[in-house]
Design a protein around this ligand. Structure first.
Ligand code: F6R
Length: 238
């Protein structure tokens, strides 16, 4: 696991973009695993800028998102499907038919997503990390062997996300569909970005403690190609 510490969100986003650009510049039909949340927005802005200024094309790129809420429509303004279109897809030339965001609430929906991914091999998986160490919506305690599944969101995660739902936790969905940890670990390369002091404990546990289900991100120590890019605040407890 390579850990890169930079000054602030802007520098983290630029560096994350460099890592991403190397993948998409070298493989026209790369497969990207993508995350939502505030951490990768700067990375996505850099991708859009580069597409507009340098013509980097995503026409042959395929994407698979990590997760989605259960119980809200795809077109709900807070769905992850909408998030991805607003924050990345509408600014690049990726084709809608090549975009995959998990959807549904049954085991069959999960298995179908897992199966769709089996036909591809993710070249680079973008991740954020939750304050409790979650990746995707794999909360502490999730077995490392899990594939795509339905989860009950913890109170902490719902509180963290209430800011997107008028600061009202009651509006935050209670369940989500997420790639499992085993699904994430299949990616050839993993790029995790984290900024801010509320991530410092999770980042320290991910990097320094032995892999343990209590910090799902610590599983990344077992992956051969992981780049962690953090700002000084998130690195404070390393
Ligand atoms: C998002 C996701 C989550 C976030 C994590 C950090 O698709 O799977 O694991 O990456 O909750 O969120 P932010 O970046 O908003 O702090």
């Amino acid at each position: 696991m390579e850990v890169i510490v930079l000054k602030n969100y802007d520098e983290v986003s630029k560096k994350a973009f460099e890592v991403m650009k190397e993948v998409v510049a070298n493989k026209k039909n790369a497969v990207l695993g993508l995350a939502t949340g505030s951490s990768p927005i700067g990375l996505y802005q850099n991708m859009i800028k580069d597409h507009q200024e340098n013509g980097t094309s995503y026409a042959d790129i395929t994407s698979f998102n990590l997760d989605e809420y259960v119980g809200i429509d795809r077109n709900h303004e807070q769905s992850y499907y909408t998030f991805m279109h607003e924050n990345l897809f509408k600014g690049i030339d990726i084709k809608e038919e090549n975009v995959h965001v998990p959807y549904g609430d049954t085991k069959a929906d999960c298995d179908a997503y897992e199966k769709a991914m089996e036909d591809y091999s993710v070249d680079i998986q973008v991740l954020g990390i939750g304050a409790n160490g979650h990746i995707g919506f794999n909360e502490p305690g999730t077995p490392f062997s899990e594939t795509t599944h339905i989860v009950t969101l913890t109170e902490k995660t719902r509180q963290d996300n209430a800011r997107f739902f008028e600061n009202d936790i009651n509006q935050v969905p209670t369940h989500a569909i997420t790639m499992g940890i085993a699904t994430i670990m299949k990616a050839k390369k993993i790029l995790l970005v984290a900024t801010g002091k509320n991530k410092a404990d999770a980042v320290a546990a991910m990097v320094n403690k032995a892999p343990d289900v209590n910090c799902p991100a610590s599983v990344l120590q077992n992956h051969p190609d992981v780049v962690v890019i953090v700002d000084e605040a998130a690195a404070a407890k390393l």
